[in-house]
Design a protein around this ligand. Structure first.
Ligand code: DX5
Ligand code: ZN
Length: 217
């Protein structure tokens, strides 16, 4: 089994988004990771619904939409209509996480929950069987191009154990600072989905970099 690879469009040239999407379409990538930031939950604003719709019009890969926003419940259906097939909300942003996850599944999307670097994996004990994806932030959310936080390895191990213990089907997604330096170790520890922004888009040949990540095993 190879990892699922999700290039993060946040690191693309927004003046040439169509080129970036075509590159991903033609590549070995599995998903397109789309980061939504509201300037409240995270100290940055990224892109909004019209851009997600535009990406969706050209994309031939599922959109893995990562909502770094407060009160995401208000926008779940809207993002699904805009083209999201995976919707991930933050544990720290959801008072009624169980309801948010149910809503995402009722919309026909894969449901993900994201944890900030300081949020312990054990808090997922009573929701882990409901989710399709757990996204571990391996940087503080808000910006691309940051340094990978090494404690993430410990969290991947703890999460892998929790998944086995609870009989959950959740997959583990790693987001932030992913590169060739940590990808194999993450995959071997149980991470199945690797998001990569700068590592892909700053490389000379992004499609080739995606292929390398895909064939990390
Ligand atoms: C950070 C975002 C990430 C980001 C990853 O808040 O959630 O998806 O785009 O970018 P890199 O791979 O450059 O750290
Ligand atoms: Zn992300």
């Amino acid at each position: 089994m190879n990892p699922t690879v999700a290039p993060s469009i946040l690191a693309a040239d927004f003046a040439n988004l169509q080129d970036a999407i075509e590159m991903i379409n033609e590549s070995d990538a599995d998903y397109i990771h789309v980061d939504i930031m509201d300037g409240v939950f995270v100290p940055n604003i990224s892109l909004g619904l019209p851009v997600v719709e535009a990406i969706h019009r050209h994309a031939r890969k599922p959109l893995d939409v990562h909502l770094m926003i407060t009160d995401p419940d208000k926008y779940l259906a809207i993002f699904q209509q805009a083209g999201a097939s995976h919707l991930t909300v933050h544990y720290e942003a959801c008072t009624h996480l169980h309801r948010s996850i149910q809503t995402i599944k009722d919309l026909g999307c894969k449901a993900g929950v994201a944890l900030n670097p300081h949020t312990p994996v054990k808090l997922l004990e009573d929701i882990i069987r409901e989710v399709d994806i757990v996204l571990l932030m391996s940087v503080n959310p808000g910006f691309g191009g940051q340094q990978f936080i090494e404690n993430t390895f410990k969290k991947v191990n703890a999460l892998s154990r929790l998944i086995v213990e609870t009989g959950s089907h959740a997959r583990i997604e790693i987001d932030g600072g992913v590169s060739m330096e940590n990808a194999a170790k993450l995959f071997n520890a149980g991470a199945n989905i690797l998001v990569a922004g700068n590592f892909v888009f700053s490389s000379k040949n992004p499609a080739e970099t995606i292929k390398k990540l895909k064939n990390i095993v």
